[in-house]
Design a protein around this ligand. Structure first.
Ligand code: G4P
Length: 288
């Protein structure tokens, strides 16, 4: 497997995000709850400097609930504000405000003490492609009543959107590419949909999925594809061929691979999380 990924506009995206960060009180880094580490871009922390930073882990509904709780406990233990949400349905402005108010209250109190008028908190979100940035923005903002208009300092074409009297968001989330530190990370990003189909081969990703899921989503695989216990003794390649037959695609394992990837992404095999807190603690990776 060899996923190559060198987006030419990376430098531009970073510059744009640097500008945006200078305009806000807090950065919302949107992470995929299924891959909190692999969907994280270490550049974000560097660019944000000492600006507060909230992790919003989306797709909680598609992740392994126990591991999501472990991640939240871990972030809490290192003093990193974080929340996990199903951005499609159960999520709103109040839950975000209750997370960020304590972080920013000293700053706002200092401003008021200096006689400055009370003002909304301003935020910008950032994340890898497809992680749920627009979904989060749409949940937080009532589009029809949203536009607060252009403000000085905001790049032409960008606007503040009003979430409430207390919160405004920049309308263009930053898109940053993940660092491809390893093929493993690339596999995780491909499986969860953060990288375009044109840069990977579906069968590689399906085989990776099987290697991960044969134990963690054993039951989900067995039920969805009517597999028997002995099928799980097959190698990943033979198991993929078996699944290809089971879904009625004869020898077309590429199409079956796409099906398997779609089923995994949409939660049909069960919730899964591919980055664990234990991996992080073992890897001792300074980047994180
Ligand atoms: P982006 O701006 O970061 O690129 O991501 P976007 O919001 O477009 O979300 C990408 C996909 O992820 C969308 O699905 C969106 O509905 C889905 N999504 C975002 N957050 C969540 C979440 O918390 N849970 C679940 N289950 N899905 C989430 P799509 O397939 O492109 O569209 P659709 O199926 O919603 O129509």
């Amino acid at each position: 497997v060899n996923i190559q990924w060198f987006p030419g506009h990376m430098a531009k995206a970073i510059r744009q995000f640097e500008e945006n960060v200078s305009l806000v009180d807090i950065v919302f880094e949107i992470l995929d709850a299924r891959i909190p580490l692999s969907s994280m871009n270490p550049e974000v922390k560097r660019i944000s400097g000492d600006k507060p930073h909230l992790y919003i882990m989306t797709k909680r509904d598609l992740a392994d609930e126990k591991q999501t709780r472990e991640w939240l406990e871990y972030f809490d233990s290192i003093g990193q504000p974080a929340m996990a949400v199903d951005a499609k349905t159960k999520f709103g402005t109040n839950s975000v405000l209750s997370k960020i108010n304590p972080i920013l209250k000293d700053k706002l109190a200092r401003e008021e003490a200096k006689g400055m008028k009370s003002r909304p908190i301003r935020a910008v979100s950032v994340g890898v492609p497809n992680v749920g940035k627009s979904t989060v923005l749409n949940r937080l903002v009532n589009r029809r009543a949203a536009q607060v208009g252009n403000r000085p300092g905001v790049t032409k074409g960008q606007q503040w959107l009003k979430s409430s009297e207390k919160l405004e968001l920049l309308d263009t989330p930053g898109i940053l590419w993940p660092k491809f530190q390893s093929q493993e990370i690339a596999n995780k990003l491909a499986l969860t949909g953060a990288i375009k189909e044109s840069v990977y081969s579906s069968d590689d990703i399906a085989l990776y999925a099987l290697s991960q899921f044969r134990t963690s989503l054993h039951q989900g695989l067995a039920e969805r594809y009517r597999l028997s216990e002995s099928d799980f003794e097959l190698s990943d390649v033979d198991l993929l061929l078996k699944i290809t037959k089971q879904v009625g695609m004869q020898d077309d394992y590429m199409r079956a691979s796409d099906r398997l990837i779609q089923d995994a992404r949409s939660g049909k095999l069960g919730g899964f999380t591919l980055d664990s807190v234990a991996d992080l603690e073992e890897s001792d990776n300074a980047d994180y």
